[in-house]
Design a binder for this molecule. Structure first.
Ligand code: GLN
Length: 541
């Protein structure tokens, strides 16, 4: 029998429900339970694929090619599981299913309503995930804040699930804010009380309160929260700010959350093995070195737009015993003065990241050129690979006017062009080359060396690719194809062997990096950056 934990948020948005859900999953994974995470998103988009990274942050891609909310990235990184598209449910998906069923006549003349038809569809999807993943526990995070109109059908569905499945098989975790006010930093519980009243109004009484607070909760405050909110004191979990998000599971375990959940759901009591996780948290908190990696992107004004890249870089610091400081560089800004030196000075390595559309791409090209010419360790990701190819074609192969068909109409040399299967695509949603694809690595290349394998699989999200007509020309001039699709049709990875570390991938390796298993490309980049920094330091001495 699968158990179901539902995580809601109160008082303010961005309170850290995603990290709480992910951390709770880690506690259960430490005990050897199978966990299936799920994000319930109240927005009407069918998936996050059509949403702007400026507004919504990164689009996270699963192995099976679903374009989802970035919280799935947290789940995968903390729990070390691969989510499927079934781990993301939106209002858009729910209504699409209900309306299709209505058109087929499945409701046999009934009037289709939010309760029971929409709530039944939500419950069906939640239960299906538990069944398909054979999960001991499903942890479902409900997006938005309690009190939002649009999350009501989801809350009603999870309320019904208590009745359907019983107390022992369902539990509600509410993440809330305990603000401090005034000159004496007085801790205030009223917003939390109100948020819990709001939940109770819809028929949900929380079992656990995770209290985000700037300061530790005094005992009397904890007791007050317990009394007013009807939650036992040991289930009032204090969550103060931490140096690294990966410390959150350690804090929750110390606060007794793991044992509380296991007892409450009547799961088998097992030892929680946290030693490996604690060790990586220690390295993250006390690294020997600091390395600065510049990340050139198009959406750097939203700190979440490149979430997985930022996390992959932090993970890559662990085996290198280095903190990784990220210097965000908006590609537009490199375009204006056409001189990336100032922005890139002080960087020990460079990532040129993913993106769509023409804005700012000349800034990306300029950044690649700087890295190539100065020996700065470089990793290009998706659009970053395409920009590296354009830069090389123009400045090394002499193909002036080389560009991508995405950026200009009829470029002089279309070194990046539309994938054949994309030529007749009209609907933008869910229609890119998405999800995991295999790639063969060429023996003796940096790629093969870093991965330590000859065949790999990475997740993709793109419409354009390297034009094979230019492969030979690039190769002749020193840019080699180090990864190809097994049918030799698609360039998956390129590199410049004459450079100390210059590599790019058409895929999104950032989605597969985990703190306990940093991704080889990011690990290699940070290692090369550390070496470069050391070499500079030695030459100065
Ligand atoms: N815009 C490019 C393409 O569609 C790159 C996409 C990306 O960086 N994810 O091919």
């Amino acid at each position: 029998m699968t158990k179901y934990i539902f995580v809601t948020g109160g008082v303010v948005s961005s309170i850290g429900k995603g990290i709480t859900t992910a951390s709770l999953g880690r506690l259960l994974r430490n005990r050897g339970f199978t966990v299936a995470p799920l994000k319930l998103d109240p927005y009407i988009n069918v998936d996050a694929g059509t949403m702007s990274p400026h507004q919504h942050g990164e689009v996270f891609v699963t192995e099976d090619g679903a374009e989802t909310d970035l919280d799935l990235g947290h789940y995968e990184r903390f729990m070390d599981v691969n989510c499927s598209g079934g781990s993301s449910l939106t209002t858009g998906k729910v209504y699409s299913a209900v309306i299709s069923a209505e058109r087929r006549g499945d409701y046999l003349g009934g009037t289709v309503q939010v309760i029971p038809h929409v709530t039944n569809e939500i419950k069906r999807a939640i239960l299906a995930l538990g069944r398909e993943q054979e999960a001991d526990v499903v942890i479902a995070e409900i997006g938005g804040t309690v009190g939002d109109i649009e999350s009501l059908p989801f809350l009603e569905a999870i309320r019904q699930m208590r009745t359907d499945l019983g107390h022992e098989n369902t539990m509600y975790v509410h993440v809330t804010l305990i603000p401090t006010v005034g000159p004496w930093q007085e801790v205030k519980t009223k917003p939390t009380q109100h948020s819990v009243y709001k939940l109770r109004e819809i028929g949900i009484a929380p079992d656990v309160l995770v209290c985000r607070s700037e300061v530790p909760l005094p005992n009397d405050v904890r007791e007050k929260i317990s009394l007013f909110c009807g939650v036992p004191p040991q289930a009032v979990i204090e969550s103060t700010n931490v140096e690294t998000i990966y410390e959150v599971p350690v804090i929750y375990e110390a606060a007794g959350l793991g044992d509380f959940v296991v007892n409450r759901l009547n799961l088998e009591s097992r030892d929680a093995n946290l030693s490996h996780w604690k060790a990586l948290v220690e390295t993250l908190k006390n690294p020997k070195l600091t390395t600065t990696i510049g990340v050139v992107g198009k959406y750097t004004s939203n700190g979440d737009a490149y979430k997985s890249i930022a996390e992959a870089l932090i993970h890559a610091g662990i085996p290198n015993d280095s903190a990784v400081q990220i210097k965000w560089i908006e590609s537009d800004s490199l375009e204006n003065d056409k001189n990336p030196v100032d922005a890139l000075a002080g960087c020990d390595g460079l990532v040129v990241g993913p993106g769509f559309g023409a804005r700012g791409i000349e800034g990306k090209v300029a950044a690649v050129q700087y890295a190539r010419e100065t020996g700065l360790p470089f990793l290009g990701i998706c659009l970053g690979l395409q920009m590296a190819v354009i830069e090389y074609a123009r400045n090394v192969c002499g193909l002036h006017g080389a560009n991508s068909e995405e950026m200009v109409e009829n470029p002089a040399y279309p070194v990046i062009h539309l994938l054949p299967e994309q030529k007749h695509v009209t609907d933008k949603g869910g229609s890119m080359r998405l999800g995991s694809y295999p790639c063969n690595l060429v023996n003796g290349t940096l790629a093969a060396q870093l991965y330590g394998a000859s065949r790999i699989e990475e997740r993709h999200r793109h419409r354009y690719e390297v034009n094979n007509d230019f492969r030979e020309k690039l190769q002749e001039h020193g840019m080699i194809t180090s990864g190809v699709s097994p049918d030799y049709r698609l360039v998956e990875m390129i590199e410049v062997p004459a450079h100390p570390f210059f590599i790019a991938t058409q895929a999104h390796p950032e989605f597969k990096s985990r703190p306990n298993r940093p991704h080889p490309l990011f690990e290699g980049l940070v290692r090369a950056a550390v070496e470069k920094k050391n070499a500079v330091a030695t030459s100065v001495v």
